[in-house]
Design a protein. Structure first.
Length: 384
């Protein structure tokens, strides 16, 4: 594979040295070694990195500067770093340190996000900076999510260059992914505005932990999203992720209501969110809140990070979850991270025909024409 970044070709060999993407579901292995094409943020005489920008959605308060981007609402004093590790207060103003300096860049099949009803078979130019507003015990990308941009090796890639690189690599979309794009909000916002003008679509792959106002503003430029619904329990959100459930449910509704094509992922972790009762509650909530046609991806947990001691999710649990979801009325249910299981195909809910067949992240056949199955039923999604 050759990736073109800022008019320069990066070969599979160089990419492998840097540690490009490795595994299904957006797992990223960080870059390693010294490479002259990668730069660390340059620090100016004033102590401000060239990757720093004045942050959006900041407010002054008696206790410090408040960030209103996500429900963590960090209140920071001079020099303090945010929970997401990429925002800092300097001279009483909040700055993002994650602007134009992605530590991960790749061209992925859009199916890897996963998005199954969104330009099937196309490529998404995928970027991430360091930082996250969660601290998931099972994070598969913890080496970039649980650190700050001054500790990762970064590309120098301002918004216009991201869009140009997406075009140069024949990508129809840009995916903000791997770590948590909510925390590099300004970079996403500026890049997606340019991409929209240039006819490139924008995709958020996110935990959905964002406040309503910044989300609605961002949705003006976002075309597709895959949001992790990590469990259906506030206690589990607190224990597993360091967050809360309700803001994520609110974000799902906002994405949908603002006209963004939405798909949802639920990673099932043994002992955390795998009971039939919880899965049934979640699916019934989705159905009764208008998400019957929103694709739901159950994905398999693999032992990682702080949950290395747990076993992978048993296939029986995943298949049972899919059955519960269908019984609740959800029409497009997938089981991911299970190669060869045949649970990646899109099936017409009316005639039962396989309308999109997939193997892993590859589309084998696509019978959808004009957004419809050959039987005439509309299959929701963005198909062209
Ligand atoms: S985006 Fe970062 S700085 Fe802002 S509230 Fe969330 S965790 Fe805190």
């Amino acid at each position: 594979m050759t990736l073109i970044i800022r008019d320069r070709k990066i070969t599979r060999r160089v990419f492998a040295q840097r540690g490009s993407l490795a595994v299904a579901g957006g797992m990223f292995i960080p870059m390693a070694g010294n490479d002259p094409e990668i730069s660390s943020p340059v620090v100016s005489g004033e102590g401000q990195s060239s990757s720093e920008r004045l942050a959006m959605y900041q407010e002054e308060s008696a206790r410090g500067v408040v960030c209103r981007i996500c429900p963590n609402e960090c209140t920071l004093k001079e020099g303090e770093i945010s929970d997401c590790r990429n925002r800092v207060v300097r001279k009483s103003k909040l700055y993002t340190m994650a602007f134009g300096n992605p530590c991960a860049v790749n061209s992925d099949p859009v199916e890897k996000k996963p998005l199954y009803h969104f330009l099937p078979g196309s490529s998404a130019f995928s970027i991430a900076t360091a930082g996250c507003n969660f601290a998931c015990l099972n994070c598969q990308n913890w080496t970039i999510s649980q650190t700050s941009p001054d500790k990762t090796k970064n590309f120098d890639l301002p918004p216009g260059d991201v869009v140009a690189s997406a075009k140069a690599n024949n990508c129809r979309s840009i995916a903000y992914t791997y770590s948590e794009p909510v925390t590099f909000y300004e970079y996403v916002y500026e890049t997606s505005k340019i991409a929209r003008k240039e006819g490139i679509l924008n995709i958020m792959v996110s935990n959905g932990y964002i406040n309503p106002a910044p989300l609605k503003e961002l949705c003006r430029f976002i075309d597709g999203a895959n949001i992790d619904l990590k469990s259906f329990s506030d206690a589990t959100y607190l224990k597993l992720n360091g967050g809360k459930l309700q803001p994520v449910l609110d974000a799902l509704k906002i994405y949908r209501d603002e006209g963004v094509w939405l798909e949802i992922t639920n990673l099932i972790i043994p002992g955390y969110n795998d009971t039939a009762d919880e899965i049934r509650l979640m699916c019934r909530w989705l159905f009764s809140n208008g998400f019957a046609d929103t694709p739901l991806h159950f994905t398999r947990f693999q032992p990682l990070y702080k949950l290395e001691h747990l076993p992978p999710t048993p296939l029986a649990v995943l298949n049972s979850a899919a059955g519960i979801a269908r019984e609740a009325g959800l029409r497009y249910v997938y089981v991911g991270n299970v190669p060869g299981a045949g649970t990646d195909d899109t099936v017409c809910p009316e005639c039962g025909q396989k309308v999109v067949e997939r193997t892993g992240f590859r589309v084998i056949s696509n019978k959808i024409t004009g957004g419809k199955c050959t039987c005439g039923v509309v299959i929701p999604g963005r198909w062209s």
